[in-house]
Design a binder for this molecule. Structure first.
Ligand SMILES: Cc1cc2nc3c(=O)[nH]c(=O)nc-3n(C[C@H](O)[C@H](O)[C@H](O)COP(=O)(O)OP(=O)(O)OC[C@H]3O[C@@H](n4cnc5c(N)ncnc54)[C@H](O)[C@@H]3O)c2cc1C
Length: 313
């Protein structure tokens, strides 16, 4: 039986692996269905991790993380986890190759991914003027005009955030009403450099390979009138999909308590309501969805797992 199984090899899973192995746990396996590194490996620039002054691609940034973990004894199995079950006082981890592994404690760090809009040009310019993270990429567009696609709380809150950095923020939403709370919408409407374009849809993101995005072709969804706006970046903020499938049980319930959006509910030690089961990183409730925060969660969860295993010998 493993002492600790870590599901997911992004910043949260790798940090958990580092702290668990350096903390003395012997049989620690990280199950990662692909190459370790997580979502950030798809980012072309990473410049907001404290202490790392050099701007690196997400891939280059994450490479040393796994080397560091493996040095302390973390094992990586390139396998997909299908489900985690509690059996007596241990856990059973079902893998996609129909094998089963037992572990005393589990840290789930399967992260998530931002929803894409499917708008023409989105895939072409993703990372080159189309982004899903204002905190990550807003600073690259300091003093420039940008746009946000979306009408929920995060879209409107990010509009307020970007308005402090960028010269103008156009919020594009397909309805006249917003899903965001009325008070947030009122706050955004009071910001002079935020413009609301409703009910508009994006027909195409335009630009060129060398310079990235230069503008948007929009369509008014009631009149059909078309117009173009010049922007340097489109932030697609239409939702986030957490990877919580491994928590789901055969009867459709979840092994641990989830929020209405499917995020795992944890306390400050990253403990779920199931003893021995921890969740870290973007999958947990209220995750700031930043590498530094996911890494901190992973370390916290590993320290909790060491304590749990010690008390259940
Ligand atoms: C394009 C982009 C740019 C970003 N830029 C920045 C930035 O500049 N700064 C910043 O701080 N943050 C940035 N972020 C956010 C950051 O990447 C995330 O907050 C962080 O990666 C979350 O880490 P995590 O470990 O929780 O999850 P993830 O990074 O999502 O890692 C989860 C891992 O679990 C694996 N996995 C999922 N399901 C299973 C399964 N069933 N079995 C086995 N493995 C599984 C996945 O393959 C993945 O590797 C960016 C994100 C994106 C998408």
């Amino acid at each position: 039986m493993l002492e600790l199984a870590i599901i997911g090899g992004g910043p949260a899973g790798l940090s958990a692996g580092l702290y668990a192995t350096r903390g003395g746990l012997k049989d620690v396996v990280m199950f990662e269905k692909g190459m370790p590194g997580g979502q950030i490996t798809s980012s072309s620039e990473m410049e907001n991790y404290p202490g790392v002054a050099e701007v690196k691609s997400g891939f280059d940034f994450m490479m040393p993380w796994q080397e560091q973990c493996f040095r302390f004894g973390l094992k990586h199995e390139m396998k997909e986890v299908v489900c985690i079950k509690k059996v007596g006082n241990h856990f059973s981890i079902m893998l996609s190759d129909n094998t089963e592994v037992e572990s005393k404690a589990v840290i789930v760090a399967t992260g998530g991914s931002p929803k894409k809009s499917g708008v023409k040009g989105e895939d072409v310019f993703w990372g080159k003027g189309v982004s899903s993270c204002a905190t990550c990429d807003g600073f690259f567009y300091k003093g420039k005009e940008v746009a946000i696609l979306g009408g929920g709380d995060s879209a409107i809150e990010e509009a307020i955030y970007l308005a402090k950095i960028c010269s103008k923020v156009s919020v594009i939403h397909r309805r006249n009403a917003f899903r965001a709370s009325p008070i947030t919408v009122e706050r955004a409407k009071a910001v002079p450099n935020i413009e609301f374009l409703t009910p508009y849809g994006i027909e195409e993101i335009v630009g060129n390979e060398k310079d990235g995005v230069s503008g948007l072709r929009l369509k008014h969804l009631e009149s059909g009138e078309e117009k173009s706006i010049a922007i340097a970046c489109l932030f697609v903020l239409i939702g986030y999909q957490v990877n919580n499938a491994v928590l789901k049980q055969e009867n459709g319930s979840s092994i641990c308590a989830l929020s209405e959006f499917g995020e795992a509910i944890v306390n400050l030690k990253m403990e779920t309501n199931v003893p021995g089961l921890f969740v870290a990183g973007d999958l947990r409730l209220d995750a700031p969805k930043q590498v530094v925060c996911a890494a901190a969660d992973g370390a916290t969860a590993a320290l909790g797992a060491i304590e749990y295993i010690e008390h259940h010998k």
